[in-house]
Design a protein around this ligand. Sequence first.
Ligand SMILES: *Cc1c(COP(=O)(O)O)cnc(C)c1O
Length: 471
Amino acid sequence: MRYISTRGGMPPKHFSEILLSGLSPDGGLAIPEDYPQITAVELAAWRDLSYQSLAFEILSRFIDDIPADDLRTIIARTYTPEIFASHEITPLKTLEPGLHILGLSNGPTLAFKDIAMQLLGNLFEYTLEKTGDELNILGATSGDTGSSAEYAMRGKHGIRVFMLSPLGKMSRFQTAQMFSLQDKNIFNIAVRGVFDDCQDMVKAVSNDHEFKHAHRIGTVNSINWARIVAQIVYYFKGYFAATQSNNEQVSFAVPSGNFGNICAGHVARMMGLPIKHLILATNENDVLDEFFRTGVYRPRTTKETKHTSSPSMDISKASNFERFIFDLTGRDAARVAQLWQAVDQGNPFDLSTTSLFEKIRCYGFISGTSNHAARIATIRETYQKYNLLIDTHTADGLKVGLAHREAGVPLICMETAQATKFAESIVEAIGHEPERPAGLENLEELPQRFVVKDVDTQAIKTYIDEQCKST
Ligand SMILES: *Cc1c(COP(=O)(O)O)cnc(C)c1O
């Protein structure tokens, strides 16, 4: 299995060569030369596998430059009941016959990103140990991604994490989740500014190629291909849990932002998993819903991007979307490069008058959008009807999923975070606070470890340099 760029400008590479970045030198994204095809015999044999064995079968189709025994060990260390709270790792809850919630948020930070990030931490550590290299992960966060990365990288050899966040702008819970980590390799940098200031400084540091190279700066953002691969596993797991036989089709409803989660569903379908529809749900930031409805992809400006009560879906453009368009164009890299030339300049592209728009249907995608009132109502109704408390993102997915539900086709809604992370909206929906999972009751009371910095790229570089020399 080799990887190429969606824009055609990268010689084929092995998995380990794309592991640390995912971004190709031509600005495109790494993608497999072709998708592994799962035969009916294999699919039948996979039905009763444990999460770990299933993960090995799938990951080994994409990762052929890590010895099988090592890959098995990495998977066994990652997907444990201690880290993910159950043997199933992603348990399926049935609300009523034909309607299910797939629990993806039982990891350390209570969001689905842990499933991929925990694997990434172990893959990074493994490859760095082999080369004797170091890696300094630099990121900006307004919530889920930063904490998920920190919990995945804490205590790992050869890795430091420098995470910028806007001082006082995250929820108390999210702040405490990150800042209470006492690990020596985790550096929380609270910036006197807003999230965009943090992101701009990360870009500025990354654009200083000399500094970046000398300090081995890397990222863990959502375009990382290993994250997509890790997420393919639970589409298979969810399918098997919701069906009796491999003759059945299911549909998945996916709360979407950067198109990472649903991109994994797309790949699972391309591999031969019997998925009827991939139902993409957005919140008020509906750039993806607009595309699937109209064929026009129009990235939003920062100003147009709304702050919503499902904040992890507040995006202006969807970084993984290019991978789907690559497939939609019949893997025409020149066409993709041309389309993203417009996107990179902040311009839209329009496929509505081309034959590609018709073709979208062949890939199973349908879409819809949700908003604050709809997600509050969905949380309330789900609580009253099924005695199940869901979070705001999951509510967006369930709301859009139910609107597209078909008789005879099981609907699996992805649970992407736990309600306790978004207590304010829960109170609005049901009139009281959600229960805290065991062990997190006093999270905000724990001692916090962080430094405060101004919006000053040089100060950030100096800080990174000092920590690299002294720890
Ligand atoms: C990141 C995130 C999403 C969006 O997932 P994408 O892969 O970016 O589409 C949805 N819900 C939650 C809770 C998230 O953290």
